[in-house]
Design a protein around this ligand. Structure first.
Ligand code: COA
Length: 166
C-alpha cells in the first residue's frame, strides 16, 4: 500500500549494523535495479550487494564516512552514504572533498521529502567534518535525482561520456 502524505514522517538516523543491515541491503538492491532500468548493462543488485556494501562501509572507515538511514515504523525505507574526506587525485583541487556515494528511497516512500531529508543530513555531516565541497555522481537518465540535486544547490560540473564499441 502506498503511504499517504499525512502518515507519520520517516525518521533519519545513523545506520546501525545490528538492526539495519538487511534493510540497507534491500535498499541497495532496489537502487541497483532502478539504475539497471536506465543502463541494462549494470549487474543485478542481488549479485553485487554484499561486496558493494562491504566496500562502501570500508570506505566510510577510511574516509570519515557515515551511512544514514530513513526509518518508517522501524523499517529502513532509504539510505544515504557520505564520505566526508575523500583524497583528491593529483590533478584535482588539493583539499579533500565530501562525496555522496549512494542515495535511495524505496519506491513507496518517494516524493514525500525523505530523499531531501537524507541528503540534508549527509550535507550536515560533511560540514561538521570540515568538508568545503560536496560531490556526487548521477546518471544522465535520472531526471528525478537530477532535479532533487539541483533544487538543493548542486550544479553540473563534469559530464562522463560513453560510446558503445560493438
Ligand atoms: C532520487 C530520490 C532519492 C528522491 O527521493 P524522494 O524522497 O522521492 O525525494 P523528495 O520527496 O525529497 O523530493 C525532493 C525533490 O526531488 C525531486 N523529485 C522527487 N521525485 C521526483 C520525480 N518523480 N520526478 C521529478 N522530480 C522529483 C523534486 O524536485 C523534489 O522537490 P520538490 O519536493 O520541491 O518538488 C528517489 O526518487 C529515489 O530513490 N530514486 C531512485 C534511486 C535514485 O535515483 N537514487 C539517486 C541516484 S544518483
Amino acid at each position: 500500500m502506498r503511504p499517504s502524505k499525512d502518515m507519520e514522517p520517516a525518521v533519519v538516523r545513523e545506520y546501525a549494523a545490528t538492526t539495519d543491515a538487511s534493510g540497507l541491503r534491500a535498499c541497495f538492491v532496489e537502487l541497483q535495479e532502478f539504475e539497471r532500468g536506465i543502463d541494462p548493462a549494470l549487474p543485478e543488485g542481488v549479485g553485487v550487494a554484499d561486496v558493494y556494501l562491504e566496500r562502501m562501509l570500508d570506505r566510510c572507515a577510511t574516509w570519515d564516512g557515515t551511512v544514514f538511514v530513513a526509518l518508517a515504523r522501524e523499517r529502513v525505507v532509504g539510505f544515504v552514504c557520505v564520505w566526508a574526506r575523500v583524497p583528491p587525485e593529483p590533478d584535482e583541487p588539493p583539499a579533500p572533498y565530501a562525496f555522496v556515494s549512494d542515495l535511495i528511497v524505496v519506491e513507496a516512500f518517494r516524493s514525500r521529502g525523505v530523499g531531501r531529508a537524507l541528503l540534508a543530513e549527509a550535507e550536515r555531516c560533511a560540514r561538521r567534518r570540515g568538508a568545503m565541497t560536496l560531490k556526487l555522481d548521477v546518471m544522465a537518465g535520472n531526471p528525478a535525482a537530477l532535479r532533487l540535486y539541483e533544487h538543493v544547490g548542486f550544479t553540473r560540473r563534469r559530464i562522463e561520456m560513453t560510446k558503445a564499441l560493438r
